[in-house]
Design a protein around this ligand. Structure first.
Ligand code: NAD
Length: 356
């Protein structure tokens, strides 16, 4: 298994492989870049088909975290960890404790958070052996309610702020009253985004594979239910993907009527060329990792000292970052995803990068 010549290797600072015979733990921790601070990223447990797949994932995802935290102006670098195994079969308290010991060996270079296959409870077990786990502390959430570490309310609020900035830029309006918004997926983030939009007077169209979630949005928010097949091609102003990745692709893009795409899903573009394809079609694409950074901002403040007003202000700065991306994209006639990557690189590659 080659590392330095791996297609996903991108000057990662550090890659650690751990194994523990007693518990069957096999894990990889990747630190991509720490110019702005310790690398923070999720600890994913997944039944990878091969060690090679796990390596590819950890290299790719750790790099993504560097870009995300830099674009959000956080004093964090990018990292990720993967545990190789089926969380339903192979996860045990002893295995999680062993992972906690490995995390501790990383010193303060990597901080783990929950991800696919791990929960706040799992991270709490790891935290018996290290202080370098995040997103597990009870605190006041973004909505003023007690919060157990779930970043969804912060992600939803950041997405709402970003959607407003995109609407202002593309449609020239501050007021969301009567704005037609299609929300794909009304789960933890999508439903809360829909709540913000409903409060601002938007007209909502929602879909989800779980009918009870759709029903809740219909009854509580006055949303109109549409089928999963209809949602992308709906005649609306804004499309807010909050369910799946890779939904912006060769088949869906020609059908999209919305002028703005602004939603929380990760990896919305199926391939890099879809970024330019959206611009050519006159659609303003709000880069996913810029608009969905509310959660990591919230987690960051858990570590440096939670202050409700500062967290809110920082999440609201997502709008400023997006405005910079939109303006630069227009000035240079380039797609917004490409400009977001450029701006993120400026923020973590320059040694003088200002850390907030
Ligand atoms: P979630 O699982 O709570 O919600 C996703 C919803 O989408 C579910 O209700 C699910 O039933 C629905 N769904 C799945 N497939 C669908 C389909 N084909 N059509 C319609 N609906 C479908 O997850 P979440 O935490 O709300 O996250 C949503 C997205 O945002 C994910 O892509 C996630 O990676 C991303 N994200 C979340 C956070 C966070 O703080 N939770 C942070 C950053 C990014």
């Amino acid at each position: 298994m080659s590392v330095f010549s791996h297609p996903e290797f991108d000057q990662h600072e550090q890659l650690n492989f751990f194994s523990d015979k007693a518990t069957g733990l096999k894990a990889i921790i990747a630190v991509h870049n720490t110019n702005r601070g310790p690398a923070l990223g999720g600890c994913r447990m997944w039944n990878y088909a091969s060690d090679e797949d796990a390596l590819r994932d950890v290299l790719r995802l750790s790099k993504g975290m560097t870009y995300k935290s830099a674009l959000a102006n956080l004093g964090l670098g990018g990292g990720k960890s993967v545990i190789i195994g089926d969380p339903r079969q192979h996860k045990s308290e002893a295995l999680l404790e062993a992972m906690g010991r490995f995390l501790n060996m990383m010193g303060d270079r990597y901080i783990a958070a929950e991800d696919s296959g791990t929960s706040v409870a799992d991270l709490t077990v790891m935290g018996r052996h290290t202080r370098n786990v995040a997103g597990i502390t009870e605190r006041t959430g973004i909505d003023g309610q007690p919060c157990n570490g779930d970043p969804s309310p912060a992600t939803a609020y950041g997405t709402f702020v970003g959607l407003r900035a995109a609407v202002k830029h593309r449609l020239g309006r501050d007021d969301l009253r009567g704005l037609k918004v299609a929300v794909q997926g009304v789960g933890n983030v999508g439903y809360r985004l829909a709540q913000h939009l409903a409060a601002a007077g938007a007209e909502l169209y929602v879909t989800d594979i779980h009918q009870d979630q759709v029903q809740r949005a219909v009854e509580q928010l006055g949303a109109t239910a549409v089928s999963a097949e209809q949602i992308l091609a709906l005649d609306v102003d804004v499309l807010a993907p909050c369910a799946l990745g890779a939904i912006l692709n060769d088949i869906s893009i020609p059908q999209i009527k919305a002028r703005v795409i602004a939603g929380a899903s990760n990896n919305q573009l199926a391939a890099p060329h879809h970024d330019a394809m959206l611009r050519q079609q006159g659609i303003l694409y709000t880069p996913d990792y810029a608009i969905n950074a509310g959660g990591i901002i919230d987690i960051y403040y858990e570590r440096v000292g939670h202050d409700h007003q500062r967290v809110l202000a920082h999440i609201e700065s997502i709008g400023d970052t997006l405005n910079e991306i939109f303006q630069r994209a227009d000035a240079s006639d380039r797609p917004t995803g490409e400009v977001a990557n450029e701006l993120a690189e400026e923020r973590f590659l320059k040694p003088e990068a200002v850390v907030v």
